[in-house]
Design a protein around this ligand. Structure first.
Ligand SMILES: C[S@@+](CC[C@H](N)C(=O)[O-])C[C@H]1O[C@@H](n2cnc3c(N)ncnc32)[C@H](O)[C@@H]1O
Length: 273
């Protein structure tokens, strides 16, 4: 970290998902152990940071779409990560000044930074929560105080379900959140996706980085399209569907970058009927 004392609860010798991602996003809220994992990933797949940046650009476009085109004024961001350029409340409010946002994550460092960033905010807050327990997230008093579940919600699950094991059942977790939302709600999600047989070199790099992340960070799985599509349930998938991140409704505010992570990172947005 750039400055200030390191909180005593933090073991900086162990890398974390949120802080390695922060390295890829050129953030400053990371430590040597995080930078070492990021450097190893970049050695295998030099465009890894580009994939993370494409994901943030997808997040901004999806939130702009929900706020501007669908009139969504309340957002629930699960596994929100460290504050970064174009946070959800900033993007949403540029379109809907009254937008309310709840950020959740289970990483204590994310909690410290999230609370500090939002200290003066009255319409955005951070709640520590674990995605593996949807009912706990949805029933949290801090979430309930901010989100009116009788009205449509913009649910964001970006680059988070690939950190959930098969045994933890990401499809059931996604369903737990979807079922709690009112008709007219939106879900934006993104995930690492194993490149198909047409892209064997990209697939090989994905497998190597997957092994690295699973050794150093815990779960990180490049999944198949049908597994990811199942997380939308029976919601109506908006055009162009589940696609490589740069291809989801590119706009001039976030021009798409198609690098070698293109086939390995996908996203989509769906609406509850
Ligand atoms: C790759 S980052 C993505 C951050 C943000 N959603 C984005 O797309 O820019 C993944 C985030 O998921 C969080 N995370 C991982 N496992 C989690 C869990 N079980 N519950 C809540 N958050 C989790 C990590 O702490 C990290 O901040």
């Amino acid at each position: 970290m750039a400055s200030g004392p390191i909180p005593s609860f933090l073991d900086v010798s162990r890398p974390s998902i949120a802080r390695v991602y922060d390295v890829f996003l050129d953030g400053k809220d990371n430590f040597e152990a995080d930078r070492a994992v990021a450097a190893s990933a970049l050695q295998i797949a030099p465009d890894s940071a580009g994939g993370a940046k494409s994901n943030r650009a997808f997040l901004r476009r999806a939130v702009r779409h929900m706020a501007a085109k669908a009139g969504i004024t309340q957002f629930l961001d699960i596994g929100s990560g460290l504050p970064s350029a174009g946070n959800v409340h900033e993007v949403a409010r540029a379109v809907r000044p009254s937008a309310r946002v709840v950020y959740t994550d289970n990483d204590p460092v994310v909690a410290v930074h999230g609370r500090a960033l939002l200290a003066d905010e009255v319409t955005a807050r951070f709640v520590t929560a674990d995605i593996r327990h949807p009912a706990q997230v949805l029933d949290d008093p801090g979430v309930r105080a901010f989100i009116d579940f009788s009205r449509p919600v913009g649910l964001l699950m970006l680059a988070i379900l690939h950190h959930i094991t098969d045994a933890e059942n990401p499809a059931a977790i996604a369903a737990g959140f979807r079922d709690a939302l009112a008709p007219g709600s939106y879900l934006a999600l993104s995930s690492l996706r194993m490149p198909g047989p047409d892209h064997p070199q990209d697939a090989e790099k994905a497998r190597e980085v997957q092994q690295l992340f699973n050794e150093k960070l815990g779960t990180c799985l490049w999944r198949e399209d049908d597994e990811i599509l199942a997380w939308f349930g029976d919601w109506e998938l908006l055009a162009p569907g589940l696609v490589p991140l740069p291809d989801w409704r590119p706009d001039t505010a976030d021009p798409p970058v198609r690098d070698s992570t293109y086939h390995g990172f996908v996203g989509g947005v769906a609406r509850k009927r």
